[in-house]
Design a protein around this ligand. Structure first.
Ligand SMILES: [Zn+2]
Length: 61
């Protein structure tokens, strides 16, 4: 599995954008992602609309 560097607290990655989640918006990293997830289900689809050109979503660390 993918272990985090901090052994004291396991932080789940945001299911939307894979960033570390925050307690306030668990299991998401932000209200935006929480809203996106909600809208995703309400809309009956799993894709996230982006205004950027497709293919540019692969962030490099
Ligand atoms: Zn997120």
């Amino acid at each position: 599995m993918n272990e985090m560097s901090d052994p004291h607290k396991f932080i789940r990655p945001c299911p939307i954008c894979r960033k570390p989640a925050v307690e306030r918006y668990m299991p998401f990293c932000s209200k935006r992602c929480s809203d996106l997830d909600l809208g995703r289900w309400l809309d009956g689809r799993y894709v996230i609309e982006t205004e950027d050109s497709p293919g540019a979503e692969d962030d490099e660390n």
